[in-house]
Ligand binder design. Sequence first.
Ligand code: AMP
Ligand code: GLY
Length: 439
Amino acid sequence: MKQDMTSIKNLPPLRKVLIVGGGGRENALAWAIAKFEKIEKVFVAPGNAGTESNNSCKCLDIEESDSKGIKQACQSLNVDLVVIGGEKPLSLGLADQLREDGLAVFGPGKNGAQLEASKNWAKELMYEASIPTAKYWLANSKEEASELLKKIGTPLVVKADGLASGKGVSVCNSIEDTQASINEVFSGKFGKAGEKIILEECLQGPEVSIFAISDGENLIILPTAQDHKRLLDGDKGPNTGGMGAYAPAKIVDAEKLQQIKKTILLPTLEILKKKNINYRGVIYAGLMLTKQGPKVIEYNCRFGDPECQALMPLMGAELAQVIQAAALGALEKAPQLKISQSISACVVASTSGYPENPKKGDVISITQNKKKDLPIQLFHSGTKLNSEGNLVTSGGRVLSVVAQGDNYKDAFKLVYETLKGINFNGIYYRNDIGYQVRN
Ligand code: AMP
Ligand code: GLY
């Protein structure tokens, strides 16, 4: 399929889609895209044991790091659209490589993916465009960072510059803690990602995730979502990829969303354009709502996981065409995206030992709720079928249970009831996801 739409009136056919990735986010994306009536097949490379529970979806035995394999599959399967789920392949330039073959790709190229792949790059961009964010300092060595800390004289947030699977950030409460975190990043623990660090002032306030679909010129803003990054109830314990989410986030009303669009999302798109970056994919802004207004904590260059699992059930079947249009740089040719007014809630079940040492290989049993037509989805993340054909755990985050309701309480009630029917050795989930809105 041609990627340039300037001379084409309508969107081209959309029958076959390839999604790159194997987590809960990709499982949810495949499910949502397969809802579009013209879809014949959604291939997921590599997918997981949940992928093929949808008849329209098929796993491909290709890892997301295997760019050559993915390129070949796109050609031999004649796919109309590629959706790249995660930041790793995006930051390595998979989208650029596929676009070279003339494919329609949803996901930024290597240049745009720097929004997430280099915290320093993203900070410079925000400063240049006057986008509100925490004050920061860059350091290239332990000595430089320690010197800066001495001069600043307050506890700071310490961030490895590069991708560290959500583990490269420490919010420190004391100078000693800050120094220890600086030492840790420069110990080599994060490899190349930790060769530079960002020190940031510590902001206060509730956090919220904002998602916009960009075609390089225009944006469509999706419902806001609330992630829960810490492992334990009460937002305690270590940071994880995310233990649960809900959408929309009550804390952002229509007026605040307009403010966020004006002060953060549109300036982000404008500065990307100014840098000649044709950004076709998701701009995910992690915000802190401070007393001085919303500020960017971080950008990601893809959907959040598990926010995506909560968001997808709210989207109409035309989402597939909206994503296709964004990939083609032609959002104006997409149908109007219908978004349900329901509340969507998601809780992640993980293995014991997650996030440090997830235990794998335990058999999973799932008892489905017998009542038909309940608005419940079960998205798989770290699951696979073992040699005996049993469903077993194969990663830290195992399943996302998602449900919708007219209000937060009902949606979460359905999620937690459904979780009672799921079991594996060492299953763990937070019991307080949505505590902000449930009562
Ligand atoms: P990040 O990976 O950049 O999203 O950071 C992980 C978490 O660290 C965020 O979700 C925040 O809870 C926290 N964090 C990051 N930067 C700051 C900051 N400047 N002030 C306060 N908390 C922060
Ligand atoms: N849930 C946070 C993330 O996907 O980065």
